[in-house]
Design a binder for this molecule. Sequence first.
Ligand code: OXD
Ligand code: MN
Length: 586
Amino acid sequence: MSTSLPALKTWVDEVTALTNPAKIHWCDGSEAEYQVLIDEMLKTGVLSELNQETHPRCYLHLSDPSDVARVEHLAYVCTETQVEAGPNNNWMAPGEAHRKMDALFEGAMAGRTMYVIPYCMGPFDSPYSRCGVELTDSAYVAANMKLMTRMGAKALARIEKEGTFVRGLHSTGDLDPDRRFIMHFPQELLIQSIGSGYGGNALLGKKCHALRIASHQARNEGWLAEHMLIVGLESPDGETHYIACALPSACGKTNLAMLIPPESMPGWKVWTLGDDIAWLHLDEEGQLRAINPESGFFGVVPGTNHKTNENAFQMIAHDTIFTNVGRTADNQPWWEGKDEGEPAFDWQGREYDPANGPAAHPNSRFTVAASNNPSYSDLTEAPEGVPISAILFGGRRKRVAPLVYEARNWGHGVLVGASVGSETTAAMIGEVGVIRRDPMAMKPFCGYNFGEYWRHWLSFPERTDTLPKIFHVNWFRQDDDGNFLWPGFGENLRVLRWIIDRVEGRADAKETPIGYLPHADDIDTTGLDISDEVMETLTAVDLEHWYTELDHFGDYLDEFGHEHVPVRLREEQKRVVKALSLARAS
Ligand code: OXD
Ligand code: MN
């Protein structure tokens, strides 16, 4: 296989000359090809087979212990000027980045096979989809890309027709963290990544293309590329609302996307469209519509059990690649919070010994096709996407943030999204549990200056007057002893129902300086063991803390330079700070 597109052929030839692979394989995306990749990896030890009776077609990959998460400090945006990348990104001048990467890639694929992976982000026949080609020397990446994207011959045909595509060059290199870099050249539609074989560092369709490069394209073309799940909520009357929800990494997006309705809400159905990324476009009527550019899930495994996420539990019982989980004595995958079985081996292949830490790495993952999910929505393949009724932002907050609140309007909603803060998790390298600002959950993923990004968000009301309502949610409030106040998981549908009822103008709320909140009894808690007092706490505004939080947010905005931060956003911030200060005084 090769290509009729000169631009692609020339690039593959150039990369071949630079990296010197022993063989080149053009991926056609077929099932037979996937099986050959798996068989090869079983032979070379990159994968091992899990118990095929309990987990048919499931395999285990153990990564290098120094290569277990996304490396935000080694991800760069290489725009002509540093201000274009903004203080939210690491920056390197394109010339310098190219010199550095060319030196690292020189001969990097010697003795290896280079896989040419054409892929389409989004349904093949959607005008909203965008394509790319990843060149990689990792069979593990090729197999993961088969599950995570629409890859192969059909994608190549679209690329050849369109003539444009995002170029992604990846090599695992020598896995030395000192020679690990992920460079984005948005102006060249180019990604180069070396030194890691893990997740978002290596599966370039995901964070690198569908968020960092796509956010750039989206600004230029008038749409949004966001770190959001997409889920459909169908009421017993058959009314379905689609919502898009941005939460930072490892804050439960996958669980929310696959939620099982609680017993107290019979007849409700939940349909999953995506668990990580949404591309949002205005259609001709001015309705915001979403597609999920991905076609698979790369989800955090620990904590997945029948109670937390039954759909995911079933989904990963077959046709799944596990990375860095432990194993039971009879070779089933095992992880902390699985609630069944016992570990015999840990994620480094050692005999399990609690003195060595958890059996599964806290950021261990499953890779699985979206169609494996029992709550898979057929509309995942709809070229026109789904209409979005509400946008949710949220974070992991022990204190301060209430269970849910609604922004007054789109402009205020942009402030709500921009001021998201969350406790850090194991999905990124660094200390876990500290609060960091994560505007729109895009801190590691926005490919350009946040100031300009907020301006782009704020421009949407100029083009339509039917934008969705914006909300903020927090499932993670705790009491002083560290107990969660809200049960979370399936019970979150109770909160989503209030949100839908607000969208439909059917639910009551109280007006506060931070937006509209439910009264304690506006959320249905039938059948829950939760006191009125706790519901009061979950639906109260802590004026002192909010004042401090939003006042400090003003300092944070200053970091982006006053010429970049939209006046409208500052006005919103000042308006809310003033309202909080008045409420405190009264
Ligand atoms: C992810 C992440 O893997 O956000 O989705 O880290
Ligand atoms: Mn994510």
